[in-house]
Structure formats: C-alpha cells, structure tokens
Design a protein around this ligand. Structure first.
Ligand code: UD1
Ligand code: MG
Length: 460
C-alpha cells in the first residue's frame, strides 16, 4: 500500500509533536508530498533488528583550515572519529556506515582493521542530508532504527545513546533526537519548540532570525530514526538555505509537516554537545577529554598531583597507587604498573612498559622500552628501544644512543645493573645481569666484549 501518511501514534511523551503542520522560517521542508509505504512500519520495527548507525565524516571542514580530513585530527591521542565509533559499539551497534569524502583514503586506512565499518562514499559534499542519502543503496530497505551521528563529536557518551534508544522505544516516533542547553549556543542548530514544548524543527545558525538565535537549546546531532521514514523523508530535503546545502535537520520539519511524531529529549550534557569545527574547539574538546581520562585514572587509584599540568593519552594504562607528578606527558600506548612514581617533567612515549615500583624523575624520556620491577631512572635520561631488567639503576644524565644515523638499534640491560652517571650506552648492546658501568663511560658492544668481564664494564 502506498499512501500519503498520517499516523496515529501513542502520545504522552514529553516534547512529541504529531499532526503538526510546522513551517519554520529558515528551515526548508519545501513542498512536502511525502509518500511512504506504511505497511508494517512499526510492527516490524518492534521485532528486535540489529542496531546500525550512519556516521557522517565526509566534510571538508574549511573552518579547521586543514588539509587533513577533520575526523582524523586527534583528541588525546586518537582520531576524533574513533570515539564516535566506540560509543556506538558500547551500545551494541553492529554495523556503522561511515560516510567519507574529503580524504576518504586516509580515513579508511586509519580504520582499516575495523570489521564493523561499511564505507560509503559521498563524492561531493552537498550537506548532511545528502550524506545520509548516499547510504540509500545499503540501508534503503532496512527495516529497523538507524542512529545518525556526526564524526566530529568525540565527547559523545554511550549513556546518552542508550537514553535515545529507550526514549525511541517508548513512543515509537519517526525520529528521536537528543538536545543540549548551552550558555553559548553560537554555531549550533537551534531547537524550535511551540508553546507546549513540542519540537517544531531545527534552524541552523546562519538561517536564524535574531529571536531564534537567542534560543539556548541546540542540536548536537544525535538522532535515532525509523529507517524507512528517514530515507523517504530525506529525499524531500531542498537546499533552500544560506549555505545552499541539503540539511539533515530539515528532515524533522518534513516529518512533522506530514503529521509524524518527532521526540526531542534534552539529554545531552553541555560539554558532551561540543563538536569540532575549528582548532579552538579541538583544543577545548581535548581539554574536556583529558579531564575525563584523568578522572577515570584517579577513580582507579592513580594519584595525579596536578591535573592541569599533566597530559595523559587515552590509550595509556596506569596501575593502582602510581603517582604522576606535575608536567608529565604520556603519549601513545604506554603501560605503567602499580606503585610507580613518574615525573615531574617526565616524557613517556609509545611502546613504553613500566613494571611495578619504578621511579622516573625529572627530564626523563622513555620510548618503546620495557623497564623491569623497581628500576630507577631519576634524572635527565633518555631510554629508547631498550629492554631493561629488574632493579636497574640508571644514573643522572645517562642515555641510550639507539639511532646510528640509519636505523634504530635495540639494547638489553640485565637485572641488577648499575649504570653510573653520564654514561652513553650505544646500541646494539647487551649487558648481562649485575653489570656495573662507571660514570662517564661510553659503552659499545665492542668495549664490552674486549674489556667487560661481567660484573664490571670498565671502558678506557
Ligand atoms: C551540524 C548540524 C547542526 C548541529 C551541529 C552539531 C546540519 C545541517 N547541521 O552542523 O544542527 O548543531 O552539526 O555538531 O546537519 N558532513 C558530511 N557531508 C557533508 C557535510 C557534512 O559527511 O556534505 C559531515 C561532516 O564531516 C561532519 C558532520 O557531517 O562530521 C557535520 O557537518 P558540519 O559541517 O560539521 O555541520 P555543523 O555546521 O557542525
Ligand atoms: Mg560540526
């Protein structure tokens, strides 16, 4: 059956609107002659279909002033898109249709190992509704609910997505969206409600009247749609706006105009709504993410003496009762055991593994190295590409020389070794257990072989 649809839907939901002929100045539902097959729309939807999401990530992002695809810019060590994908996975989304365009190859390469991503290409970036339309061939016939999110909102929380799913299930509207109330709403689409609180539509900042611009309730772009209605409605979007783009936000007015129900729940925390359109927003978002990372670590028993002056990568793992002193910078996949003291002014880079009870002091840089239990590297040292045993003491100013100008070489230092101050350890090198290196020594494998009785490396 094909018909012009007017649904009779359950009511009693805060912020729902149905049989409402919305015309919002600035939004562009255009002429709506929406024809949708209503056969079993909702009955089939009730049977649990798997959760899917469309994630919009094709934009050029002129405001970022970048050559790199925006969604690859990192927030605390991971591309912003990774957080959005993870939030979906946490609410059991099985398939993610990621729309890519600008820099598509780079984006795909970064996420090439993810088996739950289906890549969709949007060759010309004509707007968010057009990006959704590009998924038609994959999802046009899908009988279920589709989450639609933007790849530039990494502060998204899975808890909010769960709220979206449960609100949607309760009242089975054509669309449920989560909104936020911001003190500074500039840049976001504004939520227009009628005097009863029912949503009437969304107006983009550039299309707002002065009165609409003063509205503080905004659209963070978290939507859950009845999939078939979404794909029927999105075809009706017209680019009648200042940017001449196909706005996804217009599908809501289109749905409302033909009498469908749209639910808007104010469920997004102000900080979570922050999306990244500029370098300034990138740094603001990173700061918020950093606070979240540090809070989680502190909840897990890590002491962070001065959170404002410490930076920890989201991929880092830190054990209980470890203390991070100020001005410590932990970047990349770093594992730190229990009861360690790190910093002040320590720099830990990717591939660093510190076992328990380790002390790293001022101006110590560790890269791609493992340090055994109770090792001490207290002052002004660089350790790179080394496997260091238990209870090793590296004296002040000692360094590994791991790069010979062409390649990086590995080094092994056994248990209980004592490296005096100011030593230069030239890789490739192997020092057996219980070695002692005199202060100021320049130690190569050749020196060790010629002079080094195990127990003392005494270099001329
Ligand atoms: C969008 C919303 C706005 C909301 C804001 C929240 C629209 C029209 N506006 O605005 O209501 O307040 O997000 O963050 O949807 N993209 C594509 N293809 C395109 C255009 C964009 O994939 O043709 C992607 C971008 O890569 C980005 C996302 O869609 O990840 C959002 O686009 P963006 O230009 O950032 O939209 P906003 O202006 O932020
Ligand atoms: Mg944006």
């Amino acid at each position: 059956m094909r018909c012009f649809c007017v649904f009779v839907l359950p009511d009693g939901v805060i912020g729902n609107t149905w049989a409402f002929g919305a015309h919002i100045p600035g939004s562009s539902p255009g002429r709506v002659g929406l024809e949708i097959s209503v056969d079993g729309f909702f009955s089939r939807q009730e049977q649990m279909s798997e959760r899917v999401a469309i994630i919009l990530a094709a934009g050029v992002s002129s405001r970022m002033n970048t050559q790199m695809p925006k969604v690859l810019h990192e927030v605390c060590g991971r591309p912003m898109l990774a957080y959005v994908l993870d939030a979906c996975r946490q609410v059991d989304v099985k398939k993610m249709y990621v729309v890519v365009g600008y820099g598509a190859g780079q984006v795909k390469e970064q996420f090439s190992e993810a088996e739950d991503i289906i890549w969709v290409t949007q060759t010309d970036q004509k707007g968010t509704a057009h990006a959704v339309m590009c998924c038609q061939e994959h999802l046009g016939d899908f009988d279920g609910e589709t989450l639609v999110l933007c790849g530039d909102g990494p502060l998204i929380r899975s808890k909010t997505l769960e709220t979206l799913f449960s609100m949607h299930k309760k009242s089975r509207p054509a669309a449920t969206l989560a909104t936020a109330v911001l003190d500074e709403p500039a840049g976001y689409g504004r939520i227009i409600r009628d005097m009863y609180g029912n949503i009437q539509g969304i107006v983009e900042e550039g299309d707002c009247t002065a009165q609409q611009r003063a509205i503080k309730e905004v659209n963070p772009s978290y939507y859950l749609f009845n999939n078939k209605i979404l794909f029927e409605s999105v075809k009706e979007v017209k680019p009648d706006n200042v940017k001449n783009e196909y706005y996804l936000t217009d599908v809501l007015s289109i749905m409302l105009t033909v009498g469908m129900k749209v639910v808007a729940v104010t469920a997004v925390l102000p900080e979570e709504a922050l999306s990244i359109n500029s370098r300034e927003q990138l740094s603001k978002t990173s700061k918020i993410m950093q606070r979240r990372i540090q809070k989680k670590l502190m909840d897990n028993g890590v002491t962070i003496v001065d959170p404002d002056n410490t930076w920890i990568d989201v991929r880092a793992q830190i054990g209980q009762d470890t203390q991070i002193e100020p001005f410590t910078y932990i970047h990349g996949e770093v594992k730190i055991g229990r009861g360690c003291r790190i910093g002040p002014f320590a720099y830990l880079r990717s591939g660093t593994v510190l076992e328990n009870d380790i002390v790293l002091g001022v101006f110590t840089e560790i890269k791609n190295s493992t340090l055994g239990r109770s090792a001490r590297v207290r002052h002004h040292s660089y350790i790179g590409d080394a496997r260091i045993g238990e209870k090793v003491n590296i004296g002040a100013g000692s360094i590994t020389a791991n790069f010979d100008g062409e390649k990086v070489n590995q080094m092994t230092i056994g248990n209980n070794c004592y490296i005096g101050s100011g030593a230069i350890l030239i890789a490739p090198l192997e020092l057996k257990d219980d070695c002692s290196v005199k202060p100021g020594a320049v130690v190569s494998q050749e020196n060790v072989d010629n002079f080094g009785k195990q127990g003392e490396v005494n270099v001329p």
